[in-house]
Design a binder for this molecule. Sequence first.
Ligand SMILES: CC(C)(COP(=O)(O)OP(=O)(O)OC[C@H]1O[C@@H](n2cnc3c(N)ncnc32)[C@H](O)[C@@H]1OP(=O)(O)O)[C@@H](O)C(=O)NCCC(=O)NCCS
Length: 184
Amino acid sequence: MTVRLTRMDPAGADRDALVAFLTTEDFPFHVRRSIGVADAQRAIDEGAWRDDEHDTFWLDADDHGRVGLVRLEDLADPVPLFDLRIAGAHRGRGLAVRALRATTDHVFRTFDAADRFEGQTREDNTAMRRTFLRAGWVKEAHYRAGWPVEGGPPLASVGYGMLRADWESGTTTPVPWDDEPVSA
Ligand SMILES: CC(C)(COP(=O)(O)OP(=O)(O)OC[C@H]1O[C@@H](n2cnc3c(N)ncnc32)[C@H](O)[C@@H]1OP(=O)(O)O)[C@@H](O)C(=O)NCCC(=O)NCCS
């Protein structure tokens, strides 16, 4: 099954569909689990889904149609980030791994200055953490108490990365965790 990226026009032709997606789906591991219509519209108007720093794509899958979206962030920076959201009805079918691979291909083919691509998720987002590893990404950071949780204590934010060099060569360069300097 192939997942393709279709560029979105968030403030134009795709506005209503984007608002509907954001306000009817549940995102239990995001800082904001649910989004109201007014907030969704305001964010679109402020360029959160497309401006100099952001661009957003529908995820279209063979046999399943439109299954979610991915937003690229920090595009003015040499290290872009992303936010991936699969619609609830399509979760658990292996689509996220294909979507992340397609997104990684798009970023490295489109942005010559990007030598790495990053993503973060909450420590208990098992599906996203499995997605990173299955797509060949490497865990690079574990920020304890780094993810605010409404009505509860903060959880850890876990960071993963993909190097352009690894993407090009199909290899995986591990993080040198045992490099702490020793005192003389
Ligand atoms: C996280 C998310 C993108 C994963 O998408 P998905 O299409 O459901 O994931 P897949 O079916 O491709 O599964 C990926 C891996 O997660 C595992 N997985 C899927 N759902 C799971 C669940 N509810 N609990 C535990 N593991 C799960 C799968 O078994 C697979 O791992 P495996 O290959 O080791 O078996 C999707 O659940 C989602 O959009 N959630 C809401 C938004 C979100 O949290 N986005 C992440 C922000 S970066």
